[in-house]
Design a protein around this ligand. Sequence first.
Ligand SMILES: C[S@@+](CC[C@H](N)C(=O)[O-])C[C@H]1O[C@@H](n2cnc3c(N)ncnc32)[C@H](O)[C@@H]1O
Ligand SMILES: O=C(O)C(=O)C[C@]1(C(=O)O)C=C[C@@H](O)C=C1
Length: 247
Amino acid sequence: MSKEPDRIFAQPMAQVPDFAFNEDVVRVFPDMIKRSVPGYPTIVENLGVLAAQFAQPNSVLYDLGASLGAVTQALRRHVRTDGCRVIAVDNSTAMVERCREYLNGQDSMFQELLPVEVIEGDILALDFKPASVVALNFTLQFIAPDQRTALLSRIRQSLLPGGALILSEKLRFNDAEEHALLTDLHVAFKRANGYSELEIAQKRSAIENVMKPDSLEEHRERLLAAGFSKVVPWFQCLNFASLIALP
Ligand SMILES: C[S@@+](CC[C@H](N)C(=O)[O-])C[C@H]1O[C@@H](n2cnc3c(N)ncnc32)[C@H](O)[C@@H]1O
Ligand SMILES: O=C(O)C(=O)C[C@]1(C(=O)O)C=C[C@@H](O)C=C1
């Protein structure tokens, strides 16, 4: 994985462009996400542990919005169920190219890894196969809000009995005081990870038009409306959380 540090927003910009998963972001992405999302390494590793409990024989495990395949790699480390394969999907050409390089490197070093197919495409247009695990790790927040229920319904319909959706997201909070406190603490987290005030401010304006977080209550209601029977939060660090949704 690239070790290049994220300095994308370090210099003053006359106008901050909307955030995009382009070549520049791909180069620094492992550093960016680790320094921006509290609990990210814990979420990714344990997503593999959780997935191993839900994986059903001869089924597909989806990594939707896979970026560089961190979740796919955690699935490969933990899932031992017979006949499982991973389908990783992302619509950023730059991400998919680099993801394929990393995973091919693993394939050539280790035998007995779960087979992985990396698809460049829009998860909104995906023809879902019967799946036991679907991971949406910080991806749903980038989908247009009016498309989210339909996507979750299609995921629900593809899920096999005993399977699960694992959904990780940045949260907003309906209580203004709680929202302000956790937002301030997230800024403190970024500062502690070496981001300057300028970097934090410019990143915020870059993502505000493209990333629309929901509250935990909105997630729960939408998942139930999409046909899931149970929603169980299993992790929260500041304003970032991960949920298990059962079919
Ligand atoms: C924050 S990143 C996900 C991080 C990754 N899952 C991980 O755990 O390292 C969001 C990813 O979703 C992808 N994405 C956003 N909208 C998408 C869509 N409609 N179809 C496929 N991928 C999408 C972006 O290209 C980006 O790589
Ligand atoms: O909230 C922020 O400031 C973030 O940087 C969050 C977030 C995310 O949650 O995906 C946004 C974009 C980058 O991909 C990495 C992290």
